[in-house]
Design a protein around this ligand. Structure first.
Ligand SMILES: O=C(CO)[C@H](O)[C@H](O)COP(=O)(O)O
Ligand SMILES: [Fe+2]
Length: 221
């Protein structure tokens, strides 16, 4: 089953609550929340208070993508704010086991993120500990960038490993997803798709979201 997670990074921040409600009504499965610190990535977005503000508005899972250094220091804050998933970058977290255990201990589902150039080998030792792997198909930091197709074979490889090990792990793709780029990713085994500009950048969010979802479903049918 294909899940769509609109990224609020591309929403109108002056009416963020309404934007979230609109994509929920349009059929969103998760809400993707991009946290950027201006260190790990060159951009600054927002912190846990935004998660806390959105939590009472929706029952959808809040999927918090931490593009920050020292993630351990902020896990408790995001958990208390109401995150359902917290994903951390392998490139920014040298003590991944500890970080993942902290997320789990805080009652949140942990996931790891790989930048487009990062090999899947770096996460094989912790596959049993996580609920989600996120493949970046752009370099993190900004919305609206072009999809990097060379990530797709990595998705296929990991998907095979997960199947062989009999694990139940969501594979998420983030960056440049639209109704065309979702096709090779879904075929490669991904099942959760972040889309920012391809949904919030469109007048008719429902039509945009449903077109992306349907393209993914057709690809795997
Ligand atoms: O993590 C991100 C950027 O670092 C965003 O989730 C991603 O860029 C979504 O935006 P778009 O769909 O417009 O590419
Ligand atoms: Fe993201």
């Amino acid at each position: 089953m294909i899940k769509i997670a609109p990224s609020i990074l591309a929403a109108d921040f002056s009416k963020l609550g309404e934007e979230v409600l609109e994509v929920e009504k349009a059929g969103a499965d998760w809400i993707h929340i991009d946290v950027m610190d201006g260190h790990f990535v060159p951009n600054i977005s927002f912190g846990a208070i935004v998660v806390e503000a959105l939590r009472p508005l929706t029952k959808l899972p809040l999927d918090v993508h931490l593009m920050i250094e020292n993630a351990d220091r902020y896990i408790e804050d995001f958990a208390k704010a109401g995150a359902d998933y917290i994903t951390v970058h392998v490139e920014a977290n040298p003590h991944l086991h500890r970080t993942i255990q902290m997320i789990r201990a805080a009652g949140v589902k942990p996931g790891v993120v790989l930048n487009p150039h990062s090999p899947i080998e770096s996460i094989l030792p912790i596959l049993e500990e996580i609920d989600l792997v996120l493949f970046m198909t752009v370099n993190p930091g900004f919305g609206g960038q072009k999809f990097i197709e060379s990530v797709v074979p990595k998705v296929e490889q990991l998907s095979k490993v997960i199947r062989e090990k009999g694990l139940s792990i969501d594979i998420q793709i983030d960056g440049g997803i639209n109704e065309e780029t979702i096709i090779p990713c879904a075929k490669a085994g991904a099942n959760v798709f972040v889309a920012g500009s391809a949904i919030f950048g469109k007048e008719d969010r429902k039509a945009a979201l449903q077109a992306i979802k349907q393209a993914g479903e057709v690809a795997i049918s």
